[in-house]
Design a protein around this ligand. Structure first.
Ligand SMILES: Cc1cc2nc3c(=O)[nH]c(=O)nc-3n(C[C@H](O)[C@H](O)[C@H](O)COP(=O)(O)OP(=O)(O)OC[C@H]3O[C@@H](n4cnc5c(N)ncnc54)[C@H](O)[C@@H]3O)c2cc1C
Length: 406
């Protein structure tokens, strides 16, 4: 058993931290508040560093450390989140890294060649589109559908709250792995997951006005007879639900990594403040009402980081040695991370704001924008807390705990 990072992993982490502290932290507020989204120079810098290709093999333009992709992705996302607390850039990067993994594992050769080098170089954005107006949690009930015609899939329907709409349709290029129904009578066994380019003919879009994450757009996508070639399908037709769930395991791990990075940084901001701030004749850190809370928050953040390292290792091990564990083992560990991480981040950020008093309520410190950013994961992005509890209960109690199975 080995809990330490390897020398290579430590070096990678340090290199990403240095890049982020120098280039990203100073413009985090700008990223959150200015309309232009994430500057090209930042995306290019992360691509040059090899971060955007860390889950993509060298054969497709990436920098994947074979068999340790998710471990490295976890480290990178935590570091980016520490520097960019609005969560715009961490989310941008984690979506790319997470969903590219699924293309690597299940995409056709043609799709991999077309898409992955563009993602690794930062030219294209890759996201996911499952949520629909009738609800995001109950994925098995989505309505968007596709029919096979003349060797193509023709898609009709609507997706909402999709990250990266402006990025794929205006600012850059790329698209979303999209879930739709291909056999209306077969429930979750009649769904297909495929890459749909943001600029495909027949797509119209809207943009939403989110509370936070201002550097990354969220919007709606409408599909009217949108044609995609069959080689954009991941895996097999009608197996999309399972692939989508497999992708969620990676994405939720990295979402939790973003929340862990934000929590760790917020805690450090709070810690430094209570060391300096003198009240009633001594530093705030001397009051146990404060120091004990910080001690407790740090132990919870540390536990989350360990759990994350475990979840990332489990996924890497599964891909390296199929059969070494099951998808359900992975889902449980990942859901534990996703259940804890967003609320822990909110708690820690709130505590740090309180240590700072009125200053914590200003834009002089990045805590307010961090709170708005991580709240996206509390309300439900990449699956709400109760959905994680459902998954954990299914594993720990057994199938009897699944409400939709009698
Ligand atoms: C900023 C942001 C970005 C997003 N980006 C994307 C994206 O890129 N792609 C994408 O596809 N989606 C995206 N989403 C949507 C996200 O996946 C959904 O918000 C999420 O799946 C929940 O769906 P919903 O919002 O429709 O809430 P609902 O499904 O209506 O759920 C509402 C509440 O009910 C709870 N709930 C649901 N079922 C149960 C149950 N059985 N028992 C108890 N409680 C339950 C949920 O946990 C949630 O708290 C994004 C959301 C946000 C906020």
């Amino acid at each position: 058993m080995e809990f330490r990072l390897s020398a290579e992993q430590e070096l990678f982490k340090r290199t990403v931290r240095e890049f982020c502290e120098k280039n990203i932290a100073p413009i985090a507020r700008e990223i959150d508040e200015k309309e232009q989204g994430i500057p090209d120079a930042i995306i290019e810098g992360l691509a040059e560093l090899g971060v955007l290709g860390i889950t993509i093999p060298a054969a497709y333009g990436g920098t994947a450390p074979e068999g340790e992709e998710i471990t490295y992705a976890n480290l990178a996302v935590q570091e980016i989140a520490r520097a960019e607390l609005s969560m715009s850039l961490p989310v941008y990067v984690l979506l790319q890294l997470g969903w590219a993994t699924l293309v690597v594992k299940h995409g056709t050769e043609e799709l991999k060649k077309e898409l992955l080098p563009k993602v690794a170089s930062g030219k294209w954005f890759l996201g996911i589109a499952t949520t629909e107006p009738a609800g995001g949690s109950d994925i098995a009930n989505i309505k968007t559908s596709a029919e096979q015609k003349n060797g193509k899939l023709v898609i009709n329907g609507e997706k909402v709250f999709i990250s990266g709409v402006r990025e794929t349709r205006e600012q850059r290029d790329g698209g979303h792995l999209t879930l739709f129904r291909t056999d209306p009578k077969a429930g979750h066994r009649g769904m297909t997951f495929a890459y749909v380019p943001g600029r495909a003919k027949g797509i119209t879009s809207t943009l939403f006005d989110d509370l936070g994450r201002g550097g990354l757009s969220t919007g709606g996508l409408r599909y009217k007879d949108v044609e995609i070639p069959m080689h954009y399908v991941l895996g097999e037709v009608n197996r999309g639900f399972y692939l989508n769930m497999e992708g969620f395991d990676v994405a939720r791990t990295l979402v939790s990594a973003a929340c862990a990075g934000a929590a760790e940084k917020a805690l450090e901001i709070g810690r430094e403040h209570v060391k300096q701030r003198v009240l009633f004749g001594k530093p705030l850190a001397k009051f146990e009402g404060i120091s004990f809370e910080i001690a407790q928050d740090w132990s919870r953040v540390f536990q989350l980081k360990l759990l994350l390292q475990y979840a990332a290792w489990l996924i890497d091990t599964f891909y390296r040695e199929p059969g070494s564990c099951t998808h359900r083992d992975i889902s449980q560990a990942v859901s534990m991370c996703k259940l804890e991480a967003p609320m822990l981040a909110v708690e820690v950020i709130k505590h740090a704001m309180m240590y700072m008093g009125a200053q914590g309520y200003t834009k002089d410190v990045p805590l307010g924008m961090a709170l708005r950013g991580v709240m996206s994961y509390v309300v439900g992005a990449e699956g709400g807390a109760n959905i994680q509890k459902l998954i954990i209960a299914r594993e720990y109690i057994g199938d009897v705990a699944v409400p939709y199975r009698d």
